[in-house]
Design a protein around this ligand. Structure first.
Ligand SMILES: NC(=O)C1=CN([C@@H]2O[C@H](COP(=O)(O)OP(=O)(O)OC[C@H]3O[C@@H](n4cnc5c(N)ncnc54)[C@H](O)[C@@H]3O)[C@@H](O)[C@H]2O)C=CC1
Ligand SMILES: O=C(CO)COP(=O)(O)O
Length: 357
């Protein structure tokens, strides 16, 4: 019987690391086809196509230099060709691009395919709301969508340093298959059924990482940064409790929750660029271009998406950190005002604190 086929939709920093892990597993697992396709958004590097470089050197020299991909990972510049036969579609692109990619794939994938989203962010929904990225994929492609999120800075996973991740999947049988596809001895997978909380944690922690970066830029020290991270965590919890009533708070203790919040607030790109935003006075867009070599920030856009929804519901005062990050990124307020806005945070009022617990 032919093996199940896997397509990685994305080839950025994290996409390339995941292609490495999945490629090794596809080669090892008998029921998975050895050939893993990786959709690459084509670009020229020193006069040569990135796909050609990847397929000859087995290295994504732009987004993951210094690490080899297994030779069974094949870079494909045509999305439909890469995804057409896939039984498993792994979505791992910056979240602002997913809607277009899904539109391209409508009617072009196997109806029995299973998707998994590694994408951290939201989409804006018409009429003042947000939509989960897993929902965007499910709505356009009509296939079930699991999620994988965790404390997984790509550069460290590429070096095979031990870490954990969380798969959120409602179907236990599918969970087991996904665990086999993604797990490595240095990359331990825990599966939970609470898909929404896993995904929401992954998106919201990027906003908190921007706040942590502003603190670093302002040189406010470790106590202030810890307070900011804690208040950000409380807003993440409050957000889930307010808008996704069936979510479980226990999921925050998985890798996708507190652990990802910590790693991103200390070692992530959102933190780094936010610090530079304060110290250089340059715009987020300029810093993204200057410092990330084509990689994309998710935090400032996610802050915009969340505040679009909070503003429509007149709930910005209940989420002062999320709101301040959006306003700072848009230069409506100064970074140093973040702390003033947090001094009367709702969780500092006892009655509200109880409601958070
Ligand atoms: N890098 C990391 O450490 C981690 C990232 N993630 C998440 O994974 C997702 C993907 O992140 P990365 O792989 O790091 O991407 P990245 O930040 O390296 O983004 C660059 C990728 O975007 C592609 N791209 C640029 N313009 C495009 C367009 N118009 N259409 C389609 N693709 C385009 C580039 O070709 C490149 O593959 C994000 O949601 C991120 O939050 C999750 C865990 C760790
Ligand atoms: O999601 C991440 C780590 O788990 C990466 O965060 P950054 O996008 O801030 O680098």
């Amino acid at each position: 019987m032919p093996g199940k086929k896997i397509c990685i939709v994305g080839s950025g920093n994290w996409g390339s690391v995941i292609a490495k892990i999945v490629g090794v597993n596809a080669h090892r697992l008998q029921y998975i086809d050895d050939r893993v396709t990786m959709y690459v958004y084509e670009e020229m590097i020193d006069g040569q196509k990135l796909t050609e470089i990847i397929n000859t050197t087995h290295e994504n020299v732009k987004y993951l230099p210094g690490h080899k991909l297994p030779p069974n990972v094949v870079a494909v510049p045509d999305l439909v060709e890469a995804a057409a036969d896939a039984d498993f579609l792994v979505f791992v692109v910056p979240h602002q691009f997913v809607r277009n990619l899904c539109n391209t794939l409508v009617g072009k994938i196997k109806p029995t395919a299973i998707a998994i989203s590694l994408i951290k962010g939201f989409d804006i929904a018409e009429g003042g709301g947000i939509e989960l990225i897993s929902n965007v994929i499910n709505r356009s492609l009509k296939v079930p969508v699991a999620v994988l999120m965790g404390a997984n800075l790509a550069g460290e996973v590429a070096k095979e340093n031990f870490c954990e991740t969380t798969i959120g999947c409602a179907d236990k049988k599918v969970s087991l298959a996904l665990k086999e596809i993604f797990e490595a001895d240095y990359f331990r997978v825990v599966c939970v059924e609470d898909v929404e909380t896993v995904e929401i944690c992954g998106a919201l922690k990027n906003i908190v990482a921007c706040a942590a970066g502003f603190c670093d830029g302002l040189q406010l020290g470790d106590n202030t940064k810890a307070a900011v991270i804690r208040l950000g965590l409380m807003e993440m919890v409050q957000f889930v409790k307010t808008f996704y009533a069936n979510c479980k708070l226990a999921t925050f203790l998985e890798s996708c929750g507190v652990a990802d919040l910590i790693t991103t607030c200390y070692g992530g790109r959102n933190r780094m660029v936010s610090e530079a935003f304060v110290t250089t006075g340059k715009s987020i867009e300029d810093l993204e271009r200057e410092k990330l070599n084509g990689q994309k920030l998710q935090g400032p856009i996610t802050a915009h998406e969340v505040n679009y929804m909070l503003a429509a519901r007149k709930m910005e005062d209940k989420f002062p950190l999320f709101t301040a990050v959006d306003q700072i990124c848009k230069r409506k307020i100064e970074p140093k005002q973040l702390i003033e806005l947090l001094k009367n945070h709702p969780v500092h009022q006892t009655a509200v604190l109880k409601a958070h617990l």
